[in-house]
Design a protein around this ligand. Structure first.
Ligand code: ADP
Ligand code: MG
Length: 266
């Protein structure tokens, strides 16, 4: 399934744990340039239903750009991305439809500051899905329970810790009932003491079978939760495989270098 290009150099070994799941996302030969700079040089890979796929790699290696191409926040220059087997280039799939099917959680939570936690979660279903307020609120309250914030429904973001805001942001994304959740370094902006609560919510989502793509520098989370890990470097896939391979027995020197720089030693 790899297309021609540098990503053919990627090494892959071991079976995927959820290889029965059909691919929810599949990308093939994705290139992205910013002016004359190539940020993505032929990225291929796939995310199966129910799977957690982690993107790891040095800063600037293209992880966020790849994630943003998946939900059309960036427009790729070459390649194809398929959502449930349908090319995103299909005219029948417009950008708003595609984004509606993917929940995105950013490093900076980007909650609406003038809305309570509950309102932040309701606003998408009410405006985009045309849900009546009652139905949206019922769903929002259930999601607040899920992320452990049932007592914070009436709180404004400014009254919440970073970890709590990020959990509201996760609930807000889930309110749209996405097929896949995309996380871009969801804990990088958090105080160390609140990182764990966000990772726990993500772990629980994964255990419930949510399909997730997670860009992260939390290697112990990736080691524990990922079904599949894709290692980026310099706009290319260096290596991909199950976490036991990537973290305990990497095939590629550049993977070892990257993990070594982070102080990872198994
Ligand atoms: P990562 O998420 O792995 O840290 P990014 O995907 O954010 O990396 O960035 C990959 C490369 O593309 C970096 O060199 C970055 O500076 C560059 N880049 C990303 N977005 C833009 C942009 N909008 N304009 C110009 N260069 C960009
Ligand atoms: Mg990034």
């Amino acid at each position: 399934m790899n297309s021609p290009g540098p990503s053919n150099a990627a090494t892959s070994a071991g079976a995927r744990r959820n290889s029965d799941g059909a691919p929810v996302l599949r990308f093939s030969g994705v290139h992205k340039r910013f002016g004359s700079f190539s940020a993505l040089k032929g990225i291929s890979g796939q995310v199966n239903r129910g799977e957690v796929v982690c993107f790891i790699g040095p800063s600037g290696s293209g992880k966020s750009t790849m994630l943003r191409c998946c939900n059309l926040l960036e427009v790729m220059d070459e390649g194809e991305i398929f959502l449930d087997g349908q090319s995103m280039a299909t005219p029948a799939l417009d950008a708003s439809q595609i984004r509606r099917r993917m929940g995105m959680v950013f490093q900076s939570f980007e909650l609406f500051p003038h809305m309570t936690a509950l309102e932040n979660i309701c606003v998408g279903p009410m405006t985009v899905l045309d849900w009546p307020r009652e139905k949206a609120e019922e769903k929002a309250r259930a999601l607040l329970v899920k992320v452990g914030l049932e007592t914070k429904a009436a709180s404004y973001p400014s009254a919440l810790s970073g970890g709590q805001q990020q959990r509201v942001a996760i609930a807000r994304a889930l309110a749209m009932e996405p097929e896949v959740m995309l996380f871009d370094e969801p804990t990088s902006a958090l105080d160390p003491e609140t990182i764990g609560e966000v990772l726990n919510v993500m772990k629980r989502l994964a255990d419930e079978g949510m399909t997730m793509v997670v860009v992260t520098h939390e290697m112990s989370f990736a080691r524990r939760v990922a079904d599949w890990v894709i290692v980026f470097d310099n706009g290319m896939v260096v290596e991909e495989g199950p976490p036991a391979q990537i973290f305990d027995n990497p095939l590629e020197e550049r993977t070892r270098d990257f993990l070594g720089h982070l102080g990872w030693n198994g």
